[in-house]
Design a protein around this ligand. Sequence first.
Ligand code: 6R9
Length: 653
Amino acid sequence: MESHHLPEGATPETYAPSPEFRDQANVADSSVYWRAAQDPEGYWAEQAQNLQWTRPFTEVLDWTNPPFAKWFQDGELNVAANCLDRHVAAGNGDRVALHFEGEPGDTRTLTYAELTHEVKRAANMLTSLGVEAGDRVAIYMPMIPETVIAMLAVARLGAAHSVVFGGFSAESLRARIDDAEARLVITADGGWRKGRVSALKPTVDDALALNGGGSTVTRVLVVERAGNEVAFDEDRDLWWHREITAFDGEHEPQGFPAENPLFILYTSGTTGKPKGILHTSGGYLTQVSTTHRDVFDLKPETDVYWCTADIGWITGHSYVVYGPLANGATQVIYEGTPETPDWGRWWSIIQKYGVTIFYTAPTAIRACMKVGRQVPEQYDLSSIRVLGSVGEPINPEAWRWYREVIGAGSAPIVDTWWQTETGAIMISPLPGLTHLKPGSAQVPQPGISVAVVGEDGEPVDNGQGGLLVVQRPWPSMVRTIWGDDQRFIDTYWAKFGDRYFAGDGARLDDDGDVWLLGRVDDVMNVSGHRLSTAEIESALVEHHAVAESAVVGADDETTGQAVVAFVILKTQQSILSLEDAEPELKKHVAAQIGAIARPRQIFIVSELPKTRSGKIMRRLLKDAAEGRDVGDTTTLADTAVMQTISDRVRSER
Ligand code: 6R9
């Protein structure tokens, strides 16, 4: 810890980069911020030159029709070739792209040459199944190399993938397939989680059987991974390993326009219906590769990078697949959970592969803290030189533990703020420059401009809480909500004109560093995953015994927030006894949405607190769920309700 280089007004706990780190850092000259701020488009155009364009762009940004941005629009490129072929052509074909570690302990290594070969074969296979540029392909897979191969093969053909996290239910999968009108689903028989096989193909079968069975899907391609027994529809289903044998590794990549859709990824919004966030090609790849190189200080020749995110989330898209591979990085991908077979698993993987850059979420760090430092201390973690955090604010206590126990007291921690919608990191320290402050994501990246404003859109004073906005378009920004331009405008742009409203509260300190304060809407953050209160409420009321429900995200020591539901049962129902209701409804939510949405607690109540206009007061329920005294209830139609509810909650704590 140092204090003599502190800018005026900085908090005392500040960690400067070591001189050794600074001397070797990719970005060691702070004038980059100033240069990029003078000419953001020039900065991004320069970054885009690190990609291989089959047709060079002449226009950087078209913002004539806000909020619909076009970046590098007259340029053409092939995203997959940028992640694969060009590294092979540059003589780096023998470099390891993926060190895969299966949960049961099986391993597979793929060099860039091998990965390129596999993606070319897969692209030929998909072509034979009718996949063409402009199509959508749903991917419902465990964390295995074929998932990366499938995504890149789809991208190589100019089609768009929609990856659905393997923990989502048949209903959630089906809603996403329908919304994107996917014609093909790529899945696996199952994957390994917590020492057991977690089946995937049966969920695909269930999803496609819903709504009378008719869907846009004509084919299901199945990777053999876990060996579990699966049903096969001979007219529809194909084994990947059988099909692929017919195809060789010759495939000429074609250039596609920079604004060609690359993927749709669904994320929770404030209403029940998930939003299909659309990302396109050239701008997205530019910003994910730039930030991956500079924020993590990547040296592709020597680093071994590991991001623990599942590919089903945006972090997996941007910082497992596209950023690292565009940069020619060597990385680890791991199929399973950190506690399998025991809590030493992650640390043993770091030791085994000599991981130098490690990127994970605060919820995982807190879970490891709970287990105790004696576990990681049994492993040699001395290869680590950069640590990253993403998904929610990292509390200073977890930050210090992460730095000390995992980072040997010296590794810089980059706390990266961004969203599914932003596509890439927006606010983060740069490890060779920034004096780190535990708990703050700190600095907008070069070329990015943010502000903290009040409801009126005017900047608030430093130290005051407000709403985070992004002031200018950025290359990896969401282009629209799939099929719903109006919702795109309403959700992100209607509030502050042509500035992007992120939905997060924030404040600036006197150094201008950004502190994130959590969501300002009805979106919860559970273990770094976004869940909508409305979506869980509607799942609950779909249960035939439920009359009404209210869901809140309550503070939780490990998961950041946890789902707490308040439910009114139908008076005439005789299906559920009071004792059975809680477990049954938990199971129901998990089946409807996915295990991540399973409530921590469900309280069966006889009434919910409502305003006179009939709005449920979730704020009061949150107070009760977090064990606080419930504040002002005078706006409630019935003031006694909250007393009854908080007594109930207390009696169960
Ligand atoms: C990448 C990702 C986005 C929401 C975002 C914010 C929260 C993410 C954060 C953070 C504070 C950080 N969030 N990173 N809050 N500090 N470093 O997580 O995308 O799943 O779309 O979630 O997560 O609330 O709005 P996504």
